[in-house]
Design a protein. Sequence first.
Length: 319
Amino acid sequence: MLKISRPPEHGELKVLSADFSQVNHASPTQIALKYIKQGRLLYVHDNSESPSDTFDFVVASSSNRSLASGTFFIEVTLKNDNSPVRLVDRPFSVIRGGEKPLLGSDLRYADADLNTSASSILYTNTHIPNGQLLFLNGSSAENGFTQADLDRGAVLFRHNGSDIGKAILWITDGQFYHSGVLEIRAAEPYLRLANNTGLVLKYGMNGLITSAHLDVDTNVDTSNKSTVLFRLTSEPKFGQVLVNEKMANQFTLEELEDELVQYESTVFEDEEPASRRDSFSFKGTFEITFEVVKLVKTVPFSLAQFYQQFQCLVAAAVA
């Protein structure tokens, strides 16, 4: 008798009937050795991307005395059974008559197969009515490029034609094909605030301001994040902005993404500020506002104004 002391993790054992036409036992805990000799014991993989599996067993006598024990190792040959799936689906914006890298953050497909890498996802037979795709060396990319090319910024889009166009894409992992559409929008250069969530921190503490709190939307090439500059035109009254732990009057998008920008509250719990509103402006168009309160509460703000506001709620305790 074979006793299963630990079943397989990525599949299931099954015992077939004598004529092999059906399953007599699924996930058995005990298996007669004659069934194994007759070839009636099967392992069925769970179709996951796990390339191996094991189970532990004990060989017992008819009197239930343990004779031997061990681990059975199983190697699984994986097959390509997943087609590419789109993970990023949004319009691509570019300056009218200009060019801009097409990045993985603009267009991304992947599939769940373990052995499918970004270099295995191939874009082919692209048709773009209002521009062309190029590699950085100037050669055409319209006959084919990979997701890895997009991820490393090796593909450039150059606008030429109407402001709005829809590029037809064919995507393959080498076996399965999928079609997709990339909408391309061209316009005059713009830079606007896209994300403004606010910040909560305790009295007298520092709080990180990252691109998750404050971000921009633009059709300008910002692959060099240090070119997007937030310049303060007025200083906070009840706190200060730190960049890399030093007082600063400006910071970049790169520093936001690298988590180097902080707001430091200089108001403590036993102090009552003369004003509960603290703000600084940057670029003359956007404004970030810090609100100092003793209890965390929702502070509404309007995104329809010419300037933007960023709330920092300072409380005695933060959940």
